[in-house]
Design a protein around this ligand. Sequence first.
Ligand code: V47
Length: 358
Amino acid sequence: MDSELQHIADKVRSGRRIAAAEALALWRGAPLWLLGELADGRKRAVSGDKVYYNRNFHIEPTNRCVFNCRFCSYRRPKGDPEAWDYSMEEIEAIARAHAGQGMTEVHIVGGVHPDHDLDYYVEMIRRVKAILPEATVKAFTAIELSYMIRRAGLSLEEGLRRLREAGMEAIPGGGAEIFDEEIRARICPDKGSTAEWLAVHEAAHRLGIKTNATILYGHIEGVEHRIDHLDRLRALQDRTGGFNAFIPLKYRNYGNAMSEVGEVSVIEDLRMLAMSRIYLDNIPHVKAYWVMYGKATTELALAFGADDIDGTIDDTTKIYSMAGADDRRPRMTADEMRTIVRHAGLRAVERDTLYNEL
Ligand code: V47
């Protein structure tokens, strides 16, 4: 191994922060086993031999959306046979179908609907929370939030406060895609901007609302854009400390306007996961979202820095099945999740949304 790589590896092993240029050198020069060793070391320093999972389900109120992201396989225009737009009663019925089953989290995200206002979303959260008072509502991507709050003519803080009063206790990491403005303009030209995404999370953190972060990788971006994305998250986390988890999302190419772009390999997935753990020294959890990787790759991911595999899902999200994920009806029991963790030689721990151990 050359001396530059050796020096960077030693820095990571001793828990020191690496710079963006060092991360690029590591990415370009390090074999997979080295990234795995370094990421596993960082993971163990944070969470030992634990791997977290939770009991959750999703509500996706609509796949109509004012934005038209080229990577999205999910959006449908009004009137399309595959478009859905649930009424408040249908949303309540989904919540009711999951009551009394030990669910600790309801994850609500969907398209950015053209007609609904902030009051509608406040009411939605209130009704879901009334049915599942024991579950944490983790709701709306920063893009949805920015749109609904701006439309209401409120500041981000005012809007987030209203949603929190209704029962929104955490914010998921979607909508981040890729922060580099040029690449973002090519894959989702009309979507809410990088600055908007970061501003919503910063405002939430100021109010004490914990959030997650994602990256959409493996399309037309380069490694330097991935590192830049991680770097902007690390800088925000230095200021606020409000991110709980980072979730690298692999671009899937089925049924969207960028289908000619291939999908990256499992090796690339593991390198991305490891680099996320190594670079994000201030975000405690790195999630291998099993719905996106599939179960086999999720097991592998646990040797590359991930300490979380997300939840039971119960076939309630279509984002990935519509984009080509192997699992068309994603669902796992808590026992299956524990088995995956055991296969990786680690210890499964059930958590709630805020990583309290249950
Ligand atoms: O923002 C959309 C991604 C995200 C595709 O916070 C695609 O705990 C790949 O953010 N190929 C939404 N990805 C999902 C998400 C998420 C999932 C699980 C847990 C959490 C959390 C957050 O899905 C979107 C976008 O980046 N996405 N289309 C696609 N074709």
